[in-house]
Design a protein around this ligand. Structure first.
Ligand code: F6P
Length: 550
């Protein structure tokens, strides 16, 4: 059995944490820094060129020990091994979870149902290499012999967010004569706005869908197919459409030759699939060498996660900190702020990774859960978001733990832009921790020459409570290797949280109900009669929309 037999919140480890958190809720981080000169080195970790400083958290050595005891209680070490070894830990779908096999760079055999998965993985990697290079070199051309310079990924969720985020992150490595587009939304505008820019003769569509049954993706793909055929005729499809899927039968049914299909497997979850052929557009955009470097970076993180002690294990530490705040401080949000324009899509990517994985309320033993699971993840690129939601981070009624991410060196060292960016990230984590007392605020106002009345009126508004936690992750530079490490870090963090919460992080049944209802509502919107079978609000909204569309 993969899950924990007893409810984790009834364990001694949980109780100890509960008690200790009450104590830590009264502690000031600044005091802990003052009393412990080694705090930074005690609460920092390094892997290659990646540095994690988690010293600005409401923790001390005892809190970390108790959190590690909770991880042990959840049998984390064994669970990690089970995942890497191909055990069927996705219990509801009876599947192995082997995105790590996709970047198993030392190529040791990994067995699922007695079969080594590596030869197939390597075969598809070879196919990705050959095809991406042929497209980049222009030796694989469109139907009329022109180079395919516009590459369009059609997919949604895990078949969109990962590749889109990575293509953007590696923009610096793109070939200058190529452009990359993503169509995900069923909203016709998404399709229309991309197609309006394109020339069919130079456009390659990559239809990405694990299941090849997702309505949005198939509808968008059909529209794009028609657009192509209207201009170049049916035979052009073979040169302008490829598919990435686990479902060869559906790919063929759609009209894409299976020779033009890149396989992946049901042991790769959608939100964990950018390392598979779902990442084909990454290899075309940034080059296969960079795609491999991304796999190498992820592999380095895999090895660290698998073999480092839990106490010095980056994903484990980040997960334990998250659990500390969610379950023992009652915090429901977590914010991720990359200070790097190229990583601007990382928060959106992590929203799916984290919330689709751990937004669950039934445990591995089929019980409704009585403790909190995934926090809400949000974020955006710094410094932009400093001018939007940071107000709440600094002065909202409760705190939101932050992850700050930045490269020390920018790909675009223009003037002093990057130093200003660096100064901002450091200032934000310092401000969140230190805050500003009312006395300090009053002092500042006095120095500005305000009257006593004005100072009394304003000083509270200018107060920052501080003591708000954050992690800082610094890279030397964001290249493909660093990107691989970073994404794998969050994948494993998410896994560890799931293990401790005793949930299956690898299914996503919560997305089904809305899909079913949409299928029911569609013909009702198209038909004459107004439906009465829904709740009063839905019935009336359907009627109103039909009226407006007349
Ligand atoms: O809606 C949820 C989901 O199943 C995701 O988990 C997945 O990434 C996405 O839809 C797309 O699925 P597919 O790749 O099968 O089209």
């Amino acid at each position: 059995m993969f899950g924990i037999s007893r409810e984790i919140n009834k364990s001694r480890a949980w109780n100890k944490l509960n008690k200790y958190a009450r104590k830590m809720q009264k502690v000031e981080m600044a005091d802990m820094f003052a009393h412990d000169k080694k705090r930074v080195s005690r609460f920092s970790l390094d892997l290659d060129n990646m540095h994690l400083d988690y010293s600005k958290n409401l923790i001390d050595s005892k809190a970390m020990l108790y959190l590690l005891a909770l991880a042990n209680k959840a049998d984390l070490k064994n669970k990690i091994e089970q995942m890497f070894n191909g055990a069927k830990i996705n219990s509801t779908e009876k599947r192995a979870v082997l995105h790590t096999a996709l970047r198993n760079r030392d190529n040791h055999p990994i067995y699922v149902d007695g079969q080594d998965v590596m030869p197939e993985i390597n075969r598809v990697l070879g196919k990705i290499k050959d095809f991406s290079e042929a497209v980049r070199l222009g030796t694989f051309t469109g139907h009329t012999g022109k180079k395919l310079t516009n590459i369009v990924n059609i997919g949604i969720g895990g078949s969109d967010l990962g590749p889109k985020m990575a293509v953007e992150a590696l923009r610096r490595y793109h070939l200058k004569d190529m452009n990359f587009y993503f169509i995900s939304n069923i909203d016709g505008t998404a399709c229309a706005e991309v197609l309006n820019k394109l020339d069919p003769e130079t456009t390659l569509f990559i239809v990405c869908s694990k299941t090849f049954t997702t309505v949005e993706t198939l509808t968008n793909a059909k529209t794009c197919r028609k657009w192509l055929i209207d201009s170049l005729g049916e035979p052009a499809v073979a040169k302008h459409f490829v598919a990435v899927s686990t479902n060869a039968a559906e790919v063929e049914k759609f009209g894409i030759n299976v020779d033009n299909m890149f396989e992946f497997w049901d042991f790769v979850g959608g939100r964990y699939s950018m390392w598979s052929a779902i990442g084909l557009i990454i290899a075309i955009a940034a080059g296969y060498d960079n795609f491999e470097k991304m796999l190498d970076g992820a592999h380095a993180m895999d090895e660290h996660f698998r073999y480092a002690d839990l106490a010095s294990n980056m994903p484990v530490i980040l997960a334990l900190l998250s659990i500390w705040y969610v379950n023992f401080f009652g915090i429901r949000n977590h914010v991720i702020v990359p200070y790097d324009q190229y990583l601007s899509l990382l928060p959106a990517y992590l929203q799916q990774l984290v919330m689709e994985s751990n937004g669950k309320s039934v445990d591995m033993n089929n019980n409704f859960i009585t403790y909190q699971t995934s926090p809400v993840i949000f974020g955006g690129a710094g410094t932009d978001v400093q001018h939007s939601f940071f107000q709440l981070l600094h002065q909202g009624t409760s705190f939101v733990p932050c992850d700050f991410i930045i490269p020390a060196i920018s790909h675009n060292e223009i003037g002093n832009h990057h130093e200003i960016l660096l100064a901002n990230i450091l200032a934000q984590s310092e401000a969140l921790m230190k805050g500003k007392t009312t006395a300090q605020a009053a002092e500042e106002l006095k120095a500005k020459g305000l009257s006593s009345k004005e100072i009394a009126d304003l000083k509270r508004y200018k107060t920052f409570k501080g003591n708000r936690p954050s992690n800082t992750i610094i890279f030397k530079k964001i290249d493909a290797y660093a990107l691989g490490e970073l994404v794998a870090l969050y994948e494993h963090k998410t896994f560890v949280e799931g293990v401790i919460w005793n949930i299956n992080s690898f299914d996503q049944m919560g997305v089904e109900l809305g899909k079913q209802l949409a299928l029911k509502i569609l013909p009702e919107l198209q038909g004459e009669a107004n439906p009465e079978a829904h709740d009063a609000s839905t019935n009336s909204l359907i009627a109103l929309i039909k009226n407006l569309r007349k």
